[in-house]
Every structure is written in structure tokens, then in C-alpha cells.
Design a protein around this ligand. Sequence first.
Ligand code: COS
Length: 387
Amino acid sequence: MFDFITDEHRMIQKAARDFAQKAIAPIAAEHDETAEFPIRTIREMGKLGFMALEVPEQYSGSEMDTLAYVLAMIEISKADASHGTIMSINNSLICGALLKYGTEAQKQKYLVPIATGEKLGAYSLTEPDSGSDAASMKSRAVLNEAGTHYVINGRKAWVTSAPYADFAILFTVTNPSQGANGISCFIVDTDQPGFSRGKTEPKMGIRASATSEILFDGYLCPVENRLGAEGQGFKMAMSLLDAGRIGIAAQALGIAEAALEASIAYSKERESMGKKIGQYQMIQQKLADMKTRVEAARLLIYQAAVAKKAADRTGERISIYTSMAKLFASETAMFVTHAAVQIHGGMGYSKELPLERYFRDAKITEIYEGTSEIQRMVIARQLTGLR
Ligand code: COS
């Protein structure tokens, strides 16, 4: 039906589906229960090339496009959204940042080990007092007198994968008088003095993906670890989030697909008052609305993926496409998982089935990498040009 989906895309989709169903689906409930980070399967995903799908082969990546990434993300997230989160950060934000803004030396040192699955990265923008208003961050990086190192101090919050990351892409203030234009980006190694991890967040969903605060206390970051030019950090962060939001939209769609498929199967099997529940119009309406929203989300995601591929050549801004995809797919995931729990009745509420996990996992997609409110703001600003 979609002739832009090639045989190569289908191959990566199948490889992701096979791995997800064989290696991830069987362990998802247990990792959700224990909140244990699934390091073994994450390393395997790295070796299979799922952590650097859009990275060129010269840096050990899979050298595919955004659509391939989306198709793989849907399959992985369908089995377990926590794996999807970790995959999304590494692909969109870490590989994206290093590929787009890294020097050759930075790519060799940091991108290659991500692509081979040896290392994990984290992306750190948010602070305890700055979430949606990302430019209001307080942490600081000050260049030392010798001009060799930045001295970094401050506290960052909600950093996905931070408890296991080997390095983080950090956004912090270098020139406080410049507002959004005073923010710069750094690669920080997590094994160096002055870096520590704060509390790990006890989360409602995506519980197997570890999220923590990170703290900087006189951390010395060599000048060669600045990513991009001084003062460009905010625009870099926003542009990377444009790409990241496609990944989160694909994650949301994966969760929604899993909940929909379970609901269709249950509607054909479960009987009530002498009929299959799928024969009742109230269930039919739910299934029809769920499926329609899932397919509409898919189209918005494909549109955003195609736009991103073109923008990688032209540099064009794609915020409107990625925000629409993320907004609609995340709200679809909530709609579909909510309906799926209802269709399953008591069994939907039970931990015996994955429906309640899908419902809990779906919620974060309306929050992280920009809340639904922020996505609407971005879309409207792009439409009117007004701030
Ligand atoms: N790509 C490139 N540049 C961008 C951009 C993008 N996607 N978005 C904004 N910019 C640029 C603007 O063009 C502007 O540049 P000029 O000063 O040269 O005109 C600059 O960045 C500042 O933009 P703006 O004034 O729109 O910034 P605001 O402080 O108003 O913030 C929002 C805009 C609210 C949209 C932004 O802060 C945001 O996305 N917040 C959510 C953050 C988020 O997703 N956090 C999740 C955590 S990451 S896990």
C-alpha cells in the first residue's frame, strides 16, 4: 500500500518484530514488576544495530533512514515500551546529536561505541525547576582561565538511562545574560570526578527504563567535549527533540497496536449474555475508533519520518510534522489503552495480562519530550508565526 516502504524497510521491521517477540515480550512483565534495567537485551539490540539505525556504516551504524527507525521502534515498543524508550534516546537524541554536531574525533570516541552496542548514552536538558520552559535552566558551565576546561555545576532531572549511561549529552548555561542563546551543549563522561547520580525516579510506567537526576559539582569538561558552538545549545536541543518526537510517536503507536490487537482477540473469544462481546455494538464502536486512530497516527508518523529524511538534506524545520505526530500518537495510545482495559473488564485491570501495563506505559508519551500542551503550542506557533 505504501510504496515508499521498501523491501529493506520490511526486512528491518521483521528483524525487530522477531527479536521483540522472542527476546523482549517474555521478560517485559517481570522487568515492569521489578523495575530492573534490561541491560542484556539492550546490549543485544545494540549488537543487532537497533541502537544506531540512521548512523552511516562508516561509524558502525545500520545506515538506514528515519522510516526504518520508526518501523523498528513500533515493533520493539509493541513488546515493551521500556525497551522502546532506551532505544529512542540512543537513536534520536544521542546518535542524532553526535552525527549532526559532532567533530570527527567525537564521532569516533562516542558514536561508534553506541552503534556497536558497547555504550549507552543519556540526554540531559530538564532540571528540577525547568521542564516545559527548557530555556530557564540554572546549571552552569564556566570556562576556566586557561581556556582548557569548562567547570560544570548544577542539577539535572528526569534523565532517561542516566543510571546506566556511559556519557550524557548535557545542555547547560554558558552565558546567563543571553537567555536561550546562552545555552551550550557538552559531552560528559559519567565516570569522571564531579559527576554523580541522584535518586532514581520510581515511575508509574516504562518502569524498566531507568531515569534519575544527575549532579555536577565542579565537573571538569575538556573544551574538546563541547558539542557544537557556544550559545547554540538551545536550538540544537530543540532540533534534536524534533527528531526525538518521531521516535516517541512510534513508541506510542507500538503500545497502541499491542493494546488493539489484544482487544480484537479478546472480543472474538470472550462471551457475555450468550454472544461474543465483539458482537455488541458498544464494543464494535470502541474497536472501530481504536483502529481508526491507530491508522491516522501511523500516517502522521510516516509523514514526519519522510519530512525528517528530506530535512536531513535541506536543513528545513520539521517541528510541525513531528509535533503533530507525537501529539496525535500519544493521545491515541492513551485512548486505545484506556478502551482496551475497559474491553477486557476485570482482566484488563489484572497484572495477569499486559493491558494495565500498556495503559501505564502510554501515559508518559503525552509528557516526555514535550507535553501535549507544548506540542500544541509548537504547532500553533508554526501555523501563525506568532510567539
Ligand atoms: N529547531 C531549531 N530552532 C528552534 C526550534 C527548533 N525546533 N525551536 C525553537 N528554535 C529556536 C527559535 O527559532 C529561536 O531562535 P531565534 O531566537 O534565533 O529566533 C530560539 O530557538 C528560541 O525559541 P523560542 O523563543 O520558541 O523558545 P521558547 O523559550 O519560547 O521555548 C518551547 C519554546 C516551549 C517550544 C520549548 O522550550 C520546548 O519545546 N519545551 C519543551 C521542552 C521539552 O520537550 N522537554 C522535554 C525534555 S527532553 S527529554
